[in-house]
Design a protein around this ligand. Structure first.
Ligand code: 2P0
Length: 351
């Protein structure tokens, strides 16, 4: 499964002679959640997590080195990146420059296809694509494991979007040795039996996030009496999840994912002050998922740092699940995703 990315292969030489590369990456949805860091600077998580990379909403990122430029120039969906988003990208490029021994600034152009206001995070696909394109443009020559470690430094969940299908992100050894932890915290593909899953995504109508996921995670770790018990039980969930994936038991996969997500939300509800992302529409969709199960459909829900619900089910039932969710929450936007590919370098035409 390990791919090498020799720096010369897909790099292009732009007209001014500078190196450039373009990468595409897809978002992922965690079935065993990442919630809580043990080191903020290195983005080391408290627990291992496991996700499915999606086949929808890719991010395409072009990075071109800009000899002579005094600062990075970052464009997100055609507009200059400002504020926190721009700062995080420049900080990430600083990390790449440090490793490359380069002080060249870069021109970064990113297109996210997640519909604006859809409430689906783009930091996983965004930093996976940026890691791959920047590593190639600066000539780092990293394999997928090293790219996953690097993407992690942009956003934890981005470590998982380097790979396609089902992926586990290792927390890394927790011995107090930060170098060892950094080296050991990367994602890799998880072998599965044939599952043929779909993820029905219900984007419920909601305003802006009350609290960023970064802040909510920090507050949960610092103040929630339920955080440690959840982290401990999440380790057992991961063991059970790996077994269910190996067996190809999609019903068990869904059951474990649902309990892990509800537990994660319980940790936030117990934080001080509480963080509550779930809205009335979220609960309406959760009720419909229960009804689907009573009707014999193996549908299970998971929610992230927002009110949207993602329903895991057999692909053969995806249409029925999507219709049921639409009927229950008519103001929501519902779409069906499947397992998608890992991040990859592409040429200028996006191939
Ligand atoms: C996840 N989430 O496993 C969890 C579940 C949200 C809920 O990863 O601070 O944007 O950049 O490492 O990756 C969202 O957090 O956080 C997330 P940072 P990230 O998908």
């Amino acid at each position: 499964m390990r791919r090498e990315h020799p720096t010369a292969v897909l790099d292009t030489q732009e007209q001014d002679g500078s190196a450039a590369a373009t990468a595409v990456a897809h978002p992922n949805i965690a079935l065993i959640k990442y919630w809580g860091k043990r080191d903020e600077r290195l983005i080391l998580p408290v627990t291992d997590s496991l996700s499915m990379t999606l086949d929808v909403f890719p991010t395409t990122t072009h990075v071109r080195l800009a000899p002579g430029a005094g600062q990075d120039e970052v464009t997100l969906n055609g507009a200059p990146a400002t504020g926190e988003a721009g700062r995080r990208i420049t900080a990430f490029l600083d990390l790449v420059r440090e490793r490359a021994g380069s002080d060249l600034r870069a021109v970064v152009d990113t297109e996210n296809t997640v519909p604006t206001g859809a409430g689906l995070a783009s930091s996983a696909s965004g930093f996976a694509a940026l890691a791959m394109a920047a590593a190639a443009a600066y000539g780092l020559g990293l394999d997928d494991t090293a790219l996953s470690r690097l993407a992690r430094r942009g956003s934890g969940s981005a470590s998982r979007s380097i790979f396609g299908d089902f992926t586990v992100w290792h927390a890394g050894p927790d011995t107090g040795d930060l170098d060892a932890a950094d080296l050991g915290s990367y994602a890799e593909p998880v072998p599965t039996a044939d599952l043929d899953p779909a993820l029905v995504i219900a984007v419920v109508n909601a305003g802006p996030k009350p609290v960023s996921s970064r802040e909510a995670m920090r507050r949960t770790v610092d103040t929630s009496p339920l955080f440690r018990p959840w982290a401990d039980s999440s380790r057992d969930d991961l063991t059970d999840m790996r077994a269910a994936l190996t067996k190809g038991d999609l019903e068990a996969v869904g059951e474990i994912a649902e309990r892990n997500a509800l537990g994660m939300h319980a940790t936030m509800l117990a934080a001080r002050p509480a963080v509550r992302y779930l809205s009335p529409a979220t609960v309406t969709v959760l009720d419909q998922v229960l009804q689907l199960r009573r009707d014999g459909v193996a549908a299970y829900a998971t929610m992230d740092a927002g009110p949207n619900v993602k329903v895991l089910c057999p692909r053969a039932d995806a249409q029925r699940v999507a219709d049921a969710v639409r009927a229950a929450a008519p103001d929501s936007t519902v779409l069906v995703a499947g397992p998608g590919p890992g991040a990859r370098l592409v040429d200028e035409g996006g191939r």
